[in-house]
Design a binder for this molecule. Structure first.
Ligand code: UD1
Length: 354
């Protein structure tokens, strides 16, 4: 079976890394990989292929920038061409980015069946571009690999039944990846022997595109850095651009975006994670680190339920109070929430007999 995989953004490289390795072990699957180019800086893209020991993509579309419509539209045009040329039996897409939606839509229109990894996640906030991408991708997919029980429930609640799609609780491939690569974790050289720091990432449009929210979050991080513990912030290009435009004074330690192995090292060494990323909320849990999520809702509700993660409004006072409360808090939960590192194997085996 010929499988066409579409990736384009940082979190997709992490997920595809382990799944492609599992697919390569299936004798009847030939995988062709397309990189849309959505993320293109070497430290947002190439470093992940190196860290995760992934072969170069078969197609590089080099599409990035522009509005959502423009980016997605250009991807659709090019992916349709790739589909017509490579004639796959199935399309495989990951997560919730514009690259995901473009891949799913281009394939569905050509009647190529679509498999979606990380299906069924919902924030119930239709203002997030990711929520729109997820819902539409799930709707046109016929194999839905869910990372959690809640994701299965969400799909059932939307009326997706076995008549139109197979719903498979596979577990989360990000846990497989963290388990596989943690023994090779590294640390960014400029951090030296720093310990007991707070690891922060911030890039969601809902935070970066609202100057009031962003100013509140950054004021909180500045105070945390001065009075609670050192803050290390690998700065996403989107966030860096907005901070520079608004002329906001940032007192925390910023570094360039880090590769996957450095990120695992930072997670291992930190005392607390503050983030608006979906993936990092779970990675904090894999390392049993407390997490504060600066968003109004999260798709990973099970972490809130067991008390490993706490949502925080985007203002100074809440952030500082939650940082003090959570710093070094022990997370002892041993529930197997994300499949125990077997997700990519389950997915590859299901695809091999699809
Ligand atoms: C995208 C995804 C989001 C995912 C995130 C991970 C969508 C709608 N959002 O958001 O689901 O969690 O990736 O990072 O697809 N830029 C660079 N260099 C790069 C990449 C981006 O300078 O290597 C710039 C872009 O030109 C743009 C901004 O950063 O100005 C945002 O890029 P975008 O492609 O919208 O992605 P993310 O915000 O990262």
């Amino acid at each position: 079976m010929k499988l066409l995989t579409v990736v384009g953004a940082r979190p997709q490289f992490v997920k595809a890394g382990v799944v492609s390795k599992a697919l390569a072990k299936q004798k009847n699957i030939q995988e062709i990989v397309v990189h849309t180019g959505q993320h293109y800086d070497p430290n947002m893209s190439e470093i992940f292929f190196t860290d995760l020991k992934m072969p170069k993509p078969d197609y590089q579309l080099e599409i990035h920038g522009g509005s959502h419509g423009e980016m997605t539209g250009r991807m659709l045009i090019e992916l349709e061409r790739v589909l017509q040329e490579s004639k796959p039996d199935r399309m495989l897409v990951y997560g919730d980015t514009n690259s995901t939606l473009a891949g799913a839509l281009a394939a569905a229109k050509l009647h190529v069946p679509v498999a979606h990894i990380e299906a069924g996640l919902r924030s119930f906030n239709m203002k997030m571009p990711e929520e729109i991408n997820r819902i539409l991708t799930d709707r046109v997919s016929d194999m839905l690999f869910c990372p959690t029980d809640m994701a299965v429930t969400n799909l059932r609640n939307e009326g997706i039944s076995s008549k139109n799609a197979r719903i498979i609780q596979s577990g989360d491939v990000m846990e497989d990846s963290a388990r596989l690569f943690t023994p090779f974790a590294t640390l960014p050289s400029q951090l030296g022997t720093l310990d007991n720091f707070i690891l922060v990432t911030l890039h969601r449009a809902e935070n970066t595109d609202d100057p009031k929210r962003l100013a509140g979050i950054l004021a909180g991080l500045n105070r945390i850095h001065q009075s609670v513990a050192p803050v290390i912030l690998p700065l996403h290009p989107r966030t860096r651009a907005v901070i520079e435009k608004l002329g906001i004074d940032l007192k925390v330690t910023t570094i360039d975006p880090v590769g996957y192995l450095d990120m695992l090292g930072l997670l291992n060494r930190c005392s607390l994670v503050i983030t608006d990323s979906g993936g990092l909320q779970k990675e904090a849990f894999f390392f049993r680190k407390p997490c504060i999520t600066v968003r109004d809702q999260t798709e990973w509700v099970e972490l809130i339920e067991i008390g490993a993660n706490e949502l925080c409004p985007p203002d100074e006072e809440h952030l500082i109070a939650l940082a003090k409360k959570n710093l070094d808090r022990k997370i002892t939960d041993d529930q197997n929430l994300y499949g125990g590192g077997q997700a990519s194997l389950r997915i590859a085996e299901s695809l091999a007999i699809a």
